[in-house]
Write a protein that binds this ligand. Sequence first.
Ligand code: FAE
Length: 549
Amino acid sequence: MSDNGVSRDGSNGFSRRGFLAGTGSILGAVALSAQVTSAHAAQTATTTAAAIDDGARVPVLIIGTGYGGSVAALRLAQAGVDVHMVEMGMAWDTPGTDGKIFAHTTKPDYRSYWLRTRTKAPLSNFLGFPIDKNVPKYTGILDAEEMGGITVYQGRGVGGGSLVNGGMAVTPKRANFGSVLPSVNADEMYNTYYPRANAGLGVGLVDPAWFDTVACYQYARVGRKHAQRSGFPFVFVPDVYDWDYMKQEAAGTVPKSAVDGEILYGNNHGKKSLQQTYIAAAKATGKVSISPLHQVTSVAPASGGGYTVTINQLTTDGTVTATKTVTSDRVFFAAGSVGTSKLLVWLKATGVLPNLNDEIGKGWGENGNVMCGRANHMWDPTGKVQAAIPCAGIDNWDAGGAFAEVAPLPTGIETYASFYLSITKNPHRAQFSWNAAAGKVELNWQTAWKQPSIDMAKTIFDKINSKEGTIYRTDLFGTNKIWGDHLTYHPLGGAVLNRATDNYGRLHGYTGLYVIDGALIPGNTTVNPFVTITALAERNIEKIIATDL
Ligand code: FAE
């Protein structure tokens, strides 16, 4: 057993046996695909089996199954509490019409987008041509949610963002932690909760010797050469991908996922998403059940104590087939920064939860995300086979306010492009508010607020371009557009720790209501966020179990 009560192999996370069993069940499911007549039928069956009953009463209800929700579910279950998780997205445990659970990056289909009829790829163009295409409206895995001046990408389904993300598992530098969570004891985080989160997530590092030789990381080696020639620190970045599995992919001995360019719409093999780690462990306790394709729409004080939670059951075209009310003694908001903020802002503004304080909806940031590509010389090819899991970054945070992920462009052809997602020290923060006339919660982020991020990213890439005699790509985000400044992968804030909640995520004004996801973090984590979201959830749930239950 580990220090935190989770059975694991003692090295870097949950037991290898458990993970292989999870992978095996995916492979087994693929083998069964011939029997599946349609993805729609399969998902409906899955959903019905696990769904919560109308009128049920549960001790704890968790809204959402991403990082915060999964940590809460596991630890509460281990403490003996029965937990029900409600997830608006699908279970993602059943193959689609092609025998695979997840669609390929370069061939988005009905599985790829959340209730859109046209894809909205983060890179909208290639060689000047638009790449988006029509798809059937379906409760797909990636939500490109348009919030005024920004498109916020989020994962939808059991596992939340872990289903779609790159798995980059980065602990912020300790010196920067004060700017990330100023009210939290850094010693406790770095001695206890970051290690616990990294263990629980199964974080590991690429083998540097293998990295140096394998074809699928040529793009990252080119990134390293260019960074170092301009004097920037180049760092390997940990990830939750199974690195041994990726070695076998590259050797051609197992079905390929990362090496085949799978990312964004799910990985069919190799990635340790929450389904394989925290959620598998939570389910194994026998005390956690999950309702996929169920969307929470309201949380109100119940007359006999606890809270009445209203839930819409969805079909895969987004139609509401039933509305259920469930009573719960405690409710954890883990719907992600945008999901949690939208619910809380609406509940306060419409008088359902009037005692929430005025910090609700405030302190939202996009982790300073900005993207760009560089056009390399013909003697610097980046490789037509690119592992879709990033493993490296360029650290110019202290000098220039930017940490750039050396990202893949897994197109299957030689592009001579280097591609980067920068996380920057953008100072702007936005606010969610209820627009009664429009009947929706809005976010006041302005696209122009990305300018500081662009300036910070330029501290790296202007210098590299000047040293290498190269230029920016202008064909990836439109025609003649250098910067991907219209989006974020990393929404954070909206119910900030120690402001909208106490210092452990208890919402002010209501006993038994908690926030336990990225909404707690005030807009920036200086690196990719999910390890910090997980570690903070581990810290908070330990305190809540010790004192509230
Ligand atoms: P999250 O994981 O978003 O989970 C919230 C869950 O709640 C989702 O499953 C929702 O479907 C569900 N939900 C929302 N509203 C409702 C409702 N009303 N009723 C029921 N369910 C609901 O929240 N981060 C990294 O650290 N490293 C990376 O490499 C990385 N790459 C990324 C790549 C992409 C393309 C994207 C989109 C994100 C990436 N991220 C990465 C960000 C990371 O996935 C994100 O910070 C976390 O997933 C946020 O965790 P939360 O627990 O806050």
